[in-house]
Write a protein of this length. Sequence first.
Length: 224
Amino acid sequence: MPGARAVLVGTSTYTAGLPQLDWSAANITDLYDALVDVFDPGGLHALVDPPTTQVVFDRLNLCASSPADILLFYYTGHGLRDDDDRLCLALPGSVDVPRHARRTSLPVDSVLEILRHAPAQHRVVILDCCYSGLVLDSPAAADLHLLSATNRTRKAEYRTEARNTEFTGELVRLLEDTSGPLDLGTVYGHLDRALRGRGLPRPRQRCVDHSAELVLRPSRFPSA
């Protein structure tokens, strides 16, 4: 898809007391593979266990520095809440203490500010982490299409025997198994039905104008 860029960030290894999340590394690998034919050559960036916020900001700023049709940010890992109940995206050294969460993690507000000012026609944020619905409360989320794995208070789900988290595993299956074009509204509808049908947290979506009609992935296979 011309003019499409994405930054996929996953944290699976933690050094300051948070539980390890092997599923996050697998999420990044599998989502990258499902999207690699959608984005511009060199436009799809995967970061696993970035050591600092600056590493993420540098890559995101690079993708946001010039006009694009789509700019997508995806995160998978632990979601933390700071002492103002704002969402922070955990990095390897993050501390799960509200007063230290913002200092040691990737504040979602900072990510949204970069996206909000990017010269992209469509800006999309997908979060697979606990409390990811808190992104809906951020003032910086205006004019961004948001998709979160859960609401403001629930944790994201995974099964110990599975390769992926429940949310991203279902997203990857949809991208791989559907031959026709997939717009964001269809993606959300499928995730909502599939996850609720298994008694899992209900994902959340916020659209901007007609952003639900945005095609995330064109037809997977050329028509005969």
